[in-house]
Design a protein around this ligand. Structure first.
Ligand code: BG6
Length: 484
């Protein structure tokens, strides 16, 4: 296969929280894989920064272990690993104090791209941003990368945006939503805007409804303290699912340009109707399959936080008025399966008998696993016996269609970190987008807090609480099955 890797500009990347979980699992293995692919220039360097006193050697040992643990064996090349480790150094730094900053400054090269990854608690963002500025570390090509959760409501997101804006321009701020880095999520834009086929039908006149499902089998054990304060609404809907909804619902941007794309997404978020209580179902998983219940996992027997949510969302604009978007996401469900299904309406008039077996056209975009697309179309059921119809799939699996190119595609973090270095913000959330998403989310959460709503229990290994089925049944529709 011809390599399509284009090296990025020379850079120094500082990871605050460089010994933390995200750095070990995703950021550092991701950087190694990009170096292995030949995308990282020879002089580029990675600097781990955290509170603990570590030597460069100790940090390198930690990264070597992380590569061992999180990079598949087939891609662990001893020479490439040694070369990658030699790019690393470490600074013990006090985010809210003075120690460590002069050493960091001495390590940074002012004339290359400087990326500062804030892989730390949001409460430290302000202190870090301020010190990067006051200590004159951030040069003209500096950019900062921040992780979710970006606030827990509109007020806190606004405060965070204001804190960052005091030290960095919006064009220097990269808010990560790792769903946007997934190949299949980017593919939503390619499918919609590189084909004439779908766009004329992409509106309420032809689309009956849209289902967006992000089902997970994992529970929240091990991260209960964070999760119990968030729940599925804050953890998944306000960000990842919102982004999926935007990419499906947005108008074509005039160009594949960061602000043009983000302007269109913002318009969708602003057009979302408030969601009434009867259009929301929340759930909490019970114990089962040898695993504990949600309440045990978060060690809070009185918790009313949801590990599952289904909601019916209406978009008040010309394109989508009258086409509901049904969203659902949850933990400990039957399978790990994320997909978007667009169900089209009936033809305006049928020339066939009622009994002929007609079913709706459905376009299913499988995001993970088994990435691909499936278009369900009607054809004649072969053989004698009159005109009977049968629904058949036009199925495309990325793995089959694209082979190695699919298998070798960078994972979300690899792609996003390289975009930071390239200075491309298309796949990052803009401040106003995040605020608009919270402005829609806040009243929903406030509603159930005020009413004291409790989530419904559901058995693990199922597709969620019973009432979620009703959410669609009462509209004469049904969820697609989550297959095991
Ligand atoms: C994270 C959430 O942002 O996304 C997790 O905090 C969730 O709760 C995860 O499990 C899902 O990501 P992915 O890439 O596994 O679908």
């Amino acid at each position: 296969m011809v390599s399509r890797v284009i090296p990025v500009d020379d850079f120094d990347l500082v990871i605050f929280g460089g010994t933390g979980d995200l750095a070990r699992r995703k950021i550092l293995p991701g950087l190694y894989l990009r170096a292995l692919a030949g995308q990282v220039p020879p002089d580029a360097r990675v600097i781990g920064a955290a509170r603990a006193e570590n030597t460069d050697e100790e940090f390198r040992a930690l990264v070597a272990e992380a590569i061992e643990e999180f990079v598949p064996a087939a891609r662990r090349d001893p020479e490439a690993i040694a070369a990658f480790l030699s790019r690393l150094s470490y600074v013990a730094i006090d985010a809210t104090g003075d120690s460590g900053w002069p050493r960091l400054k001495a390590l940074m090269r002012p004339d290359v791209v400087q990326a500062f990854y804030f892989s730390v608690a949001p409460s430290l963002f302000g202190a870090l941003a301020e010190r990067l500025n006051t200590q004159n570390i951030a040069g003209p090509q500096a950019r900062i990368v921040v992780e979710k959760p970006f606030g827990r409501d509109l007020a806190s997101a606004r405060a965070l945006n204001a804190t960052l804006a005091a030290h960095f321009d919006e064009s220097q701020i990269y808010r990560i939503d790792h769903y946007l880095g997934k190949e299949t999520v980017q593919n939503l834009m390619a499918v919609r805007f590189a084909n004439i086929l779908f766009e004329p039908l992409w509106k309420s006149e032809y689309v009956d409804h849209v289902q967006i499902t992000v089902a997970e089998t994992v529970g929240v054990a091990g991260r209960g303290a964070y999760y119990d304060k968030s729940g599925a609404m804050r953890d998944m809907v306000q960000n990842h699912m919102m982004q999926l909804l935007c990419l499906i619902a947005m108008e074509p941007p005039y160009h594949f340009d960061p602000n043009a794309v983000r302007d269109e997404k913002l318009k969708v978020i602003r057009a979302l109707d408030p969601v009434p209580a009867q259009d929301i179902v929340r759930g909490q998983y019970l114990a089962g399959g040898g695993e504990g219940s949600y309440l045990a996992d978060v060690e809070n027997p009185a918790s009313t936080t949801e590990s599952y949510i289904a909601l019916k969302v209406a978009i008040s604009n010309w394109r989508w008025k009258g086409t509901p978007f049904y969203l659902r996401t949850g933990k400990r469900l039957r399978a790990r399966e994320s997909e978007i299904a667009i169900t089209f309406r009936e033809p305006p008039h049928s020339i066939f008998d009622d009994a002929s077996g007609w079913k709706e056209n459905v376009l299913v975009i499988r995001l993970q696993p088994d990435e691909g697309m499936n278009m369900k179309v009607m054809i004649k059921d072969p053989g004698p016996g009159g005109m009977r119809l049968v629904q058949v799939p036009l199925d495309m699996s990325y793995a089959e269609a694209l082979g190695d190119a699919h298998d070798d595609a960078p994972d979300a973090y690899e792609r996003l970190i390289m975009d930071v270095i390239r200075g491309n913000q298309t796949l990052f959330m803009r401040g106003d987008e995040v605020e608009a998403a919270w402005a829609w989310t806040d009243p929903i959460i406030e509603g159930w807090e005020t009413r004291g709503d409790r989530p419904q229990p559901y058995d693990p290994g199922t597709s969620g609480p019973e009432d979620a089925l009703m959410l669609m049944h009462r509209d004469g529709r049904r969820w697609r099955e989550i297959k095991s």
